[in-house]
Design a protein around this ligand. Sequence first.
Ligand code: HSE
Length: 425
Amino acid sequence: MKKVGVSILGLGVVGGGTYKILKEHAEFYRATQCVDIVVESVFERNKERVEALGIPPEKLASNIAEVVLDPDVNIVVECIGGVTDAKDYVLDALNAGKTVVTSNKELFCKYWHELERAAKHHNAGLFYEASCVGGVPIIRTLLDGLQANEISSIVGIINGTTNYILTDMAEKKISYSEALAQAVALGYAEADPAADVEGYDAAYKLSILASLAFHTKVPFNKVFREGITDVSPTDIADGAALGYALKLLAVGKNTPAGIEVRVHPAFIEKGHPLASVGGSYNAIFVTGDSVGDIMLYGRGAGELPTGSAIVSDIIYAATHTELHYATFKNTAAPDKNVNFVSDFASAYYLRMTVADEPGVLAKIAAVLARGNISIDKLTQRVSDDGKATLVVVTHMTHEAAVKSAVAKVTATGLAEVNSVLRVIL
Ligand code: HSE
């Protein structure tokens, strides 16, 4: 039976979960996968974590050199996070010819090209299923399940923290800050929750997934990003009354005009399969030219779901001899022949506060009409202070047209525009 030695760098949530799975399932993997996976060492500065997992002290490496120079270690699992130490350690491991399995989406998104160059140079494997959408096997699906397809679209809820917050705000009618505090307490959020709520985490993942899906480099700086920090319970309630659920969506499209990649809060009609994905769950909707639509759903974070993705990569690396790298030229910059669409098409939800006076509505409609923006739905509620709240949902239009119309409505004092949110039809 093939024996594979593993070293785990970092025993936080993901590294700890990986260790637990490997320990509990060692016999199962010997029986089902014909591979004997042995944790040869761990590298972790917090000794309490090592003790809590019951790891014998002699397995604790005192520095990275001990790991990468150990001939019994075939696979180095990076679960440290961040892009400083983690990058050095991953490069050290690859340069020593070790296969690397990582859960680090920021590192992978920003330095994939450098890591791949080192891996190729030293004939080493590089695996990253756990970097995107935790336990949901989206990367293996794109690489080994959907490779027969030209993929035109990948749309998903790929951040558990923000989905938990938006679900809680909608269901419990609580504020954004109350819901955020809950998500942090439950351990869903990144070390700095700004990475989640400002959309960085989802944008890192979308950069990786869109590159794989569309077979071209989609750098992080091409992803339009807007977080959920300004979302208000009023919008969630107004959207619900119109039949919409609010989600932080990652949208990747390969269109004749170019590639469109964006992360932002968006209303989805409640009948859409993504609308019912609640709490910390994630889901991804992929459209391929032969397969049509498929959707993957599951836990996008957590020790065992993310550990599941890491261990799957370890088993894959242990049971496949041929090395595979990106299907495209993997450089920091995108292919200069590829166009990225920034003025994307969408429908829009606008909430405005106006003076409850004759002609105001007509003037706002005229500004929208001049921008070639057609109104699909309009609701109004009047308050005692002589003001009215207008909620407008447009037909399909473009980002630039809406931004320009909102600027005109604001500049002329016709309305205070409280919210602009995209609507996925
Ligand atoms: N903070 C991330 C999330 C963890 O909430 O989805 C998994 O990447």
